[in-house]
Design a protein around this ligand. Structure first.
Ligand SMILES: [Zn+2]
Length: 434
């Protein structure tokens, strides 16, 4: 214990000393002793080294620092496959610190303003911060979902309209067009705007589908905003263009009609699992997967992100129970068919910690499965080409050390003692009392 405290003091000193320079020295070589390392099934006693930010079990000629892990349980860092954080300087430091605190080192921003991402760029994707993949502007229809959120934030400082006058105000506003969203009503729109979409250099493409079974009826309305998505017949065209440009496609889906359109069009990822919010007047058949849907999802290797899960108390008991029921049934089907699942939050300002804990309480997955989905699988749908998600030879030296075993007590995922990212110790700001 004394050794560990000395180490933490050293790290704090090191952090203060290096606070001036934003880059970190990844050339420092560490040896990690007395740790129990997760190997995908269980924890094993191993000695690992970090050399140039990469894990190895081969002892290097010189080791700059030996870190005593004091029997801690070492796991890969967590990830958030659906967030809207890291979009601009507002609250950015706080978001980064809360992600690092919860051990969430990778995040996928499923729509943001390109201008906000440019402001955040210097503060993310460095060893001492969160690594972020951005969709930038999403593809939607005129007056479609996304427009009400971003025009609302720009004009009314809230994500949407509450009165008929506000609806008309947002329907006329175009402040965030080609920044947070692109209006695609026709194949010609897509052709015309495609080079602009690519010029923003998105890490992946985000598209919005929303209750597609009512698309025609909703498109005709002039008294609403945000209640529709892309015209279904455009979706396969968009996916084909994205493929040709080497971009993966993530789809916002609310109902099973949306889900099936996205699946048939060949998207790579469902940014939601239908049933994430089941209103009292929504029939369960609208949001429940069939065996065939689950099988097809697995066959096509499509990722599904059940987000959000932890809505908070505002949702009410009845909707909570309906949503939990739908979530449980859909996830069981997907899991039985071995579909790919990733965890996310989709709650602005939050990490997925509460969503993951809520999902754990639903009892669909074992502790081992929960850990593997969050620490091994979820990073894979954010950064496909990186050696992350496992504690193996040649993988990035990024890990969390827990005080207890999460396989026997899942709540130990909150009990993080030490954080390393790409061979760099992560030092959190000291929490001060309000
Ligand atoms: Zn979202």
């Amino acid at each position: 214990m004394r050794k560990l405290c000395a180490l933490l003091l050293l790290l704090l000193f090191w952090a203060q000393a290096s606070a001036q320079k934003p880059t970190t020295d990844q050339t420092k070589t560490y040896g990690f002793v007395n740790g129990q390392w997760f190997d995908g099934k269980r924890f094993r006693r191993r000695i690992f080294y970090s050399v140039n930010g990469v894990l190895t079990q081969k002892k290097p000629r010189t080791v700059d620092d030996i870190v005593d892990l004091a029997n801690g349980f070492v796991i890969p860092p967590f990830a958030d496959a659906h967030t809207h954080n890291f979009d601009g300087l507002f609250n950015l430091e706080r978001q980064i610190n809360s992600y690092l605190r919860d051990g969430v080192f990778y995040a996928k921003v499923q729509t943001n303003t390109k201008s906000g991402a440019s402001q955040s760029a210097a503060k993310v994707n460095v060893p001492t911060s969160v690594d972020v993949a951005y969709a930038h502007g999403a593809l939607t229809a005129s007056y479609g979902h996304g427009v009400e959120v971003y025009e609302g934030l720009a004009v009314l400082r809230k994500p949407g309209a509450n009165t008929p006058a506000e609806v008309q105000q947002l329907r006329q506003s175009r402040l965030r067009e080609n920044d947070a969203y692109y209006i695609i009503d026709t194949a010609e729109d897509l052709e015309r705007k495609w080079s602009r979409i690519l010029a923003a250099k998105p890490d992946f493409l985000k598209i919005y589908l929303l209750t597609s079974e009512e698309f025609e009826r909703r498109r005709a309305r002039t008294d609403t905003i945000g209640d529709r998505g892309l015209e279904p017949k455009l979706v396969p065209i968009i996916v084909a263009k994205a493929r040709a440009a080497g971009l993966r496609v993530s789809a916002h889906v609310d109902t099973m009609t949306d889900y099936r359109i996205a699946l048939a069009a060949g998207v790579d990822e469902m940014a939601h699992l239908p049933g994430y919010y089941v209103a009292l007047d929504t029939g369960l058949e609208k949001v429940l997967l069939t065996e065939q849907d689950a099988r097809e999802t697995a066959r096509r290797k499509v990722w599904v992100i059940p987000a959000p899960i932890a809505h908070g108390d505002w949702i009410g008991k009845a909707v909570r129970e309906r949503s939990d029921d739908a979530l449980r049934r859909n996830l069981k089907l997907l899991h039985a068919n071995r579909a790919r699942i990733a965890f996310g939050s989709d709650r602005y300002g939050s990490t997925p910690l509460d969503d993951v804990l809520h999902l754990h309480r639903l009892g669909v997955f074992t502790n081992l499965e929960m850990l593997k989905i969050w620490a091994e699988d979820t990073p894979q749908t954010i950064f496909l080409d990186r050696s992350i998600g496992h504690l193996r030879e040649g993988y990035e030296a990024s890990f969390l050390v827990l005080n207890g075993n999460p396989l026997t007590d899942f709540a130990q995922i909150k009990n993080i003692r030490l954080r390393f990212k790409q061979g760099t110790p992560i030092v959190l700001p000291v929490k001060t009392k309000p």
